[in-house]
Design a protein around this ligand. Sequence first.
Ligand code: HEM
Length: 358
Amino acid sequence: MKSSISFLFVIFILHLIVSVSAGSGYYGNKENNNDEDQETSNNPNLDDLPSTLPEFDDNGLSSSYYLKSCPEAEAIIFNIMEEWSTKDETVLPSIIRLFFHDCVVRGCDASILLNHEGSERTAEASKTLRGFEVIDDIKKALEEKCPKTVSCSDILTAASRDATHLLKGPYWMVPYGRKDGKVSNAKEADDLVPMGHESYTSLLELFQSMGLNVLDLVVLQGAHTVGRATCGSIQERIYNYNGTGQADKCIDKQYLNYLTRKCRWASEYVDLDPITPNKFDAMYFKNILDKNMGLLATDQALTSTISTSKLVSTFVNAPTLFDYQFGASMNKLSKVKVLTGDEGEVRTNCNLVNSNHY
Ligand code: HEM
């Protein structure tokens, strides 16, 4: 245990060093991105050179991307997220999940938002996704303020960060400049998006195909500390696990009792974290480690290998590490196969590719 904590502390320090030296990392400071003064200077100095250039990362993204073209973008996104959350707090976890589903298929390119026959959004795997209208509201406000500027993929990325923060979770700096994709295919979503009954190995393979690792897999599943599942997602697990006609033996008896009472209909909802369902904290990890109270088989499976169990217990014992690493891994997720420059477009309506409505 001690060794895994120190291992994570080393990662923590490394991340901190990298983000501070990159000037655009986690908890980065917007004020550092003020390149205006530098650009107007007619007396260039070699020492100033790095700060005169936009700080694009290896993926072509930059936290100062909208600094001139739409400086209010982040505030507009946050305000609309906050407004929605006061009306219906359940949209916050739904936005985080929407973002994950988007990034799994073709990377974070807002392909999940395209709404046409056969698009990802119409897939079986997307059946219970919610929050599309929140993104539409944000897009409408941004099109009024800065037309044709802020991409739907950047909106979804920032909105998922804000959702986490509004649920009392961590805050991190989001780099921008993603373009929106033009292709969206339901079959790809059904083939790729995990639904809760996959093996740990296949989940790890999926994450690795996205350039993510075991640490990212464990910490990002920690998003299940908020939000709900439909009972349909756990029916097999509680009534007919692996065709046995019985519940999964891993489930805590009392918890199973609660679930069978709660889940009479597939359309009912059940909290992913039964203890603190509306708070973004490390309780999810405590539930699976101490009580066998993981809702999905894939949640509980995080305690089935030594390396993942160690990470789980590290997050239980040091919740601030969970916060930190969640921000860092979400940032990594948000860069998966992003489109930049001419590779994509800035949709004016997140539901449609531009050519469809010009
Ligand atoms: C890696 C394996 C994962 C699996 C197997 C999985 C599976 C699921 C399932 C089955 C649901 C419930 C769907 C329903 O019944 O309506 C769900 C909900 C959710 N998932 Fe995941 N998920 C995974 C990873 C992630 C990741 C990486 C994130 C975010 C970074 C995430 C965020 C969420 C959230 C917030 C909800 C609640 C949504 C709501 O309340 O509307 N999941 N997930």
